[in-house]
Design a protein around this ligand. Structure first.
Ligand SMILES: [Zn+2]
Length: 162
């Protein structure tokens, strides 16, 4: 399992691409790409690596973490998973964005709400969904597994506001 981190939008938000080397299947976590250039950075990376996005997932529903979700869903025809409990934040993303001078565009449709303990599979790798409420009610962390073995790092959202 490999990871690349991108820093996007005016909040310096972390977007991760996590991929399974053997299959090239990848997960996009917290797609925060905002403008054309940031979208291009993400597309270029994924195309140059020959990766195949299978799902977009979010640590939580704050606007800075979802600015690029509609873009990646349409670009690769993938679903979007968010933790149970953060739908209200997604629905209010346009208002959150306006507060910070960010234009949300289309609010992405949630394909599936992740409960604690769910697993996200891509190639021979997976991420275990862990409920970590506090920053938001539906906040989720993702614990990587590779061939059944737990890895060291856990993916979680940035916690400064928002
Ligand atoms: Zn947040």
């Amino acid at each position: 399992m490999q990871v690349e981190r991108f820093i996007f939008n005016s909040f310096q938000e972390n977007t991760y691409v996590v991929w399974d080397e053997k299959s090239g299947e990848c997960v996009i976590i917290d797609a925060g790409n905002y403008n054309h250039a940031e979208g291009g950075t993400l597309v270029d990376f994924i195309e140059q690596k020959g990766l195949k996005p299978v799902v977009a997932v979010n640590t939580h529903g704050h606007v800075d973490h979802i600015l690029g979700v509609d873009f990646v869903m349409k670009k690769w025809g993938i679903p979007w998973f968010v933790g149970v409990g953060d739908e209200f934040l997604v629905k209010s993303a346009a208002n959150q964005g306006a507060t910070f001078g960010l234009s949300m565009g289309k609010i992405p449709d949630i394909s599936h709400e992740l409960p604690d303990g769910d697993n996200i599979y891509f190639g021979g790798s997976s991420l275990r969904v862990i409920s970590t409420p506090g920053h938001t009610p539906g906040h989720r962390a993702y614990l990587p597994f590779w061939r059944g073995r737990e890895r060291q790092e856990t993916f979680h959202g940035r916690h400064p506001v928002p």
